[in-house]
Design a protein around this ligand. Structure first.
Ligand code: SAH
Length: 230
């Protein structure tokens, strides 16, 4: 074989070992743990390696959270699958994500629903997430830089809201951004450990269900944690 052919084989082999094989294994494990197969189909279509910093690329398909810039994280794949399944996404839905981070979870949601609005507090993260999502061809994601109010009231009501950062309590202002029948999935608890909570809004009231224990970076804001201690 020529040197060029050899180089091509090596790159293909490297891609197999670093991306395809670990991705296949992770997706298989997620399929065993998550009952809604559509969620895992969507995760299979999103290249997580494109959302993690270069130095962590070989860990892109380990089932762990990974650092992004600004001391933030890209959530653990199992947690993404759990949250997205709990949202009960339907094709026609408009969803809100609070905490864009790398944009990975927004991409997974964009595979499943009509439109995703995602809001991020750190402007540089919002910008790089938008670039990434655009270059991957996601046209149905709107990225916003957060203001003082948690969520994005201007776009309300949403069929579902997912919060990718931990709140000290259930945030009434977010429940108010839900449509009737809408679902809110949010980690609630202490700074270090929380439980994933699902809220379903009905006509006059809402129901609350506790799903699984989890660990998220703090949600920063007036109704959440102060920003200067993180
Ligand atoms: N969904 C992301 C992971 C997000 S980590 C992914 O798939 O990569 C949580 C993010 O929430 C961080 O980027 C943090 O800056 C952001 N955040 C914290 N408080 C926020 C707030 N009040 N509004 C919007 N984003 C917030």
């Amino acid at each position: 074989p020529t040197q060029k052919q050899c180089a091509m084989v090596c790159v293909a082999d490297l891609r197999w070992r670093v991306v395809e094989e670990p991705k296949g294994k992770l997706m298989q494990r997620l399929r065993e743990a998550i009952s809604d197969g559509r969620v895992i189909d969507a995760m299979e279509r999103v290249p997580r390696e494109a959302f993690v910093p270069l130095e962590y690329r070989d860990a892109a398909y380990e089932d762990t959270a990974l650092p992004t810039t600004e001391g933030q994280t890209i959530s653990q794949p199992f947690m993404v699958a759990t949250m997205v399944e709990a949202l009960e996404p339907r094709r026609s839905d408009r969803l809100l994500e609070v905490g864009t981070g790398s944009g990975y979870q927004a991409a997974v949601l964009a595979e499943l629903v009509r439109e995703v609005v995602t809001v991020e507090r750190i402007e540089s993260l919002a910008k790089s997430a938008l670039n990434r999502l655009t270059s991957l061809g996601y046209m149905n994601v709107i990225v916003k830089v957060a203001d003082d109010h948690i969520g994005w009231g201007k776009g309300a009501p949403y069929d579902g809201i997912v919060v990718a950062a931990a709140a000290p309590k259930l945030i009434r202002g977010l429940v108010d951004q839900l449509a009737v029948g809408g679902r809110l999935v949010i980690p609630v608890g202490g700074r270090k450990e929380q439980n994933l909570i699902k809220v379903t809004r009905s006509d006059t009231t809402y129901s609350v269900k506790t799903l699984v224990p989890c660990r998220f970076v703090p949600l920063i804001g007036q109704d959440a944690w102060p920003g200067d201690q993180s």
